[in-house]
Ligand binder design. Structure first.
Ligand code: AOF
Ligand code: ZN
Length: 351
């Protein structure tokens, strides 16, 4: 640990992570209030629509007379606008907190530096950029959404040790490569995303539910590509239990909780149109679960931010080849739930 400031900022990040799964489309944010080298208040943004981190941290302080000589640490620039809640910068000014240490700037166009300016204009000492990389990493989905105007994209698949994917069928039966424990991990990932997508073939052959069952959390909006209306309305995806979007040229008869989005020209690449729709709908993150062709189209278009590949200890010898990531792309190997995962991170996220 390099400094006192980094220590408190790390605590902000820890607190913020409690909001994982509940803050989207808002970012996860944590705040700590320090007086005379002691933490006197802590808070984080619990859920979208509710109080921001700074508000919860200030509320938690017992002796409010101490605020006048405290420092507030916050992982994200305090907001300056009226959204679902009033501006945090105004509250900090009103409570006469003299010093503000910020992890990173807010990329949201209604804030984007105005929170910092407001605090400086009120004569407060403002320090920006403590553990900046870590604070940006914490809200990478939010940053990608607001700067690239598309959801943060995670691709995920399981492959055999000879690089066939789990949807391969040698005798007409599905081959299950994930273990019960790694399925839990998949459900955890689902709960962390706003939307989940599969291609036509996977929807048809696997009949997945794509909901969160083996973990705590909300099920993401389901998205299926079905250009030529091949899919049967009796599939789990159309059971109405979770909002579902279908990208198609030929809508089915209406089904409850299923929305059909027309694709304008079937020869064209569907992905830019898909990105635009998800952006307009405020769906901040997308998990793509297959199949191989759909995953490959995201890779080829450069539309991904993270990739998780579960390596199963099976040999399949034949089937559908796993997607290819260009040679020499760096990855880290992670061990979770007794299995090995290759984790690729697109370099643009560290910029
Ligand atoms: C902060 N502290 O804890 C969070 C911030 O609609 P609202 O009022 O909830 O505002 C949402 C925006 O506020 C969000 O897009 C982001 O720019 C900022 N989030 N700001 O000062 C927080 N969660
Ligand atoms: Zn705020």
């Amino acid at each position: 640990m390099n400094s006192e400031e980094e220590k408190y900022m790390l605590r902000c990040i820890q607190l913020a992570q409690n909001g994982l799964c509940n803050t989207a489309p808002n970012p996860m944010v944590g705040a700590v209030i320090v007086c005379d080298g002691k933490i006197i208040g802590e808070g984080y943004h619990v859920r979208c629509g509710e109080a921001h981190a700074e508000v919860n941290a200030i509320r938690s302080v017992k002796d409010t007379s101490l605020l006048k000589r405290s420092t507030i640490y916050v992982s994200l620039e305090p907001c300056s606008h009226y959204g679902k809640t009033p501006p945090c910068a105004d509250l900090i000014i009103e409570k006469q907190i003299p010093r503000i240490v910020i992890g990173c700037r807010d990329p949201f166009s209604k804030v984007a530096g105005r929170g910092i300016q407001k605090l400086k204009d009120a004569g407060r000492e403002v320090i920006v950029g403590v553990l900046e990389t870590e604070c940006r990493q914490l809200i990478r989905r939010f940053i990608t959404f607001h700067t690239l105007r598309r959801p943060y994209i995670t691709l995920k698949w399981a492959e055999s040790s000879d690089r066939y994917i789990d949807y391969s069928r040698t005798d007409g039966k599905p081959v299950i490569l994930s273990s019960p424990l790694t399925s839990m991990l998949v459900h955890k990932k689902r709960a962390e995303h706003s939307a989940i997508l599969v291609g036509t073939r996977t929807a048809e052959l696997d009949n997945p539910c794509l909901n969160v069952r083996h973990w705590y959390g909300r099920s993401p909006v389901r998205i299926v590509l079905d250009r030529q209306q091949k899919l049967s309305p009796s599939l789990h995806l159309f059971d109405g239990s979770v909002p579902t979007l279908v990208f198609t040229e030929a809508p089915h008869a209406p089904l409850p909780n299923v929305e059909y989005l027309p694709v304008s020209d079937y020869r064209r690449n569907i992905l830019p149109e898909l990105m635009e729709t998800l952006y307009t709908r405020g769906l901040q993150s997308l998990l793509v679960e297959g199949g191989s062709q759909t995953l490959q189209s995201f890779i080829d278009a450069g539309l991904w931010d993270e990739i998780f590949v579960e390596e199963a200890p099976h040999l399949l010898h034949s089937g559908v080849k796993a997607p290819e990531i260009s040679d020499g792309y760096p990855f880290a190997t992670e061990y979770s739930f007794g299995r090995s995962f290759r984790h690729y991170t697109a370099s643009r996220n560290s910029q």
